[in-house]
Design a protein around this ligand. Structure first.
Ligand code: CU
Length: 91
């Protein structure tokens, strides 16, 4: 228990004070079957700084929660493109 608290504290201290969680919605028009969102989600989840990725096949979009001190929207769209699904930011 004591060790767990120490680790959590170290992680909290390592996070810069200006780090902010941001959410972005990406349009991913290339998804063509129910398995595609799994590939997109895996690609987004592998990006360092991504906390959560929700991919909707029906809407052809991905909602990504990320730490903007560790990654950015460009890295996210690059990750989906590298997985075979180019994406753009949905306004
Ligand atoms: Cu598919």
């Amino acid at each position: 228990m004591k060790k767990f608290i120490g680790v959590a504290l170290a992680a909290a201290l390592a996070t810069p004070a200006w780090a902010a969680q941001k959410t972005v919605t990406l349009s991913v028009p290339g998804m063509s079957c129910a398995a595609c969102p799994i590939t997109v989600k895996t690609a987004l989840s592998k990006v360092d700084g991504v906390q959560k990725a929700e991919v909707s096949y029906g809407k052809r979009e991905a909602i990504v929660l990320f730490d903007d001190a560790r990654t950015n929207v460009e890295a996210l769209t690059r990750a989906t493109a590298n997985a075979g699904y180019p994406s753009t930011v949905k306004q």
